[in-house]
Design a protein around this ligand. Structure first.
Ligand code: ZN
Length: 118
């Protein structure tokens, strides 16, 4: 295990310092590539991150109360897991989006939206 993590977009040479506690499976994307991702998806991802942090905060500050009520805790835990899973899935969709754009050298291309015919 090295102390550097490379950007997950192939061909990108940027690396980042591995933070303590980050596992070998940690995946990162550099800011330049991240910004190539679809705006809507990135906005949604930001919201999901906010939601995940909300659960983390509640877990820290209200842990005792949550643990005293097992049913509440079970619900809390499931909702937390769903938020993490959604966050994770969306991250990978953004990665997919960027990978395709990089593969086709589309980073500087204007945004074009195909019109759907009704
Ligand atoms: Zn990169």
């Amino acid at each position: 295990m090295t102390d550097r993590i490379g950007c997950c977009i192939s061909g990108c040479g940027r690396t980042f310092k591995r933070e303590p506690g980050e596992s070998e499976t940690t995946v990162v994307m550099c800011g330049r590539h991240w910004r190539m991702g679809d705006d809507g998806m990135r906005k949604r991802h930001k919201q999901l991150r906010k939601r995940v942090r909300w659960f983390e905060r509640k877990w820290k500050t209200r842990r005792n109360a949550i643990e005293r009520a097992p049913k509440v805790w079970a619900k809390f835990h499931r909702a937390w897991e769903r938020a993490c899973a959604a966050d994770h899935a969306l991250w990978h969709r953004i990665k997919e989006d960027v990978t395709i754009k990089v593969a086709f050298g589309a980073e500087d291309a204007p945004r074009r939206r195909r019109k759907e015919l009704a």
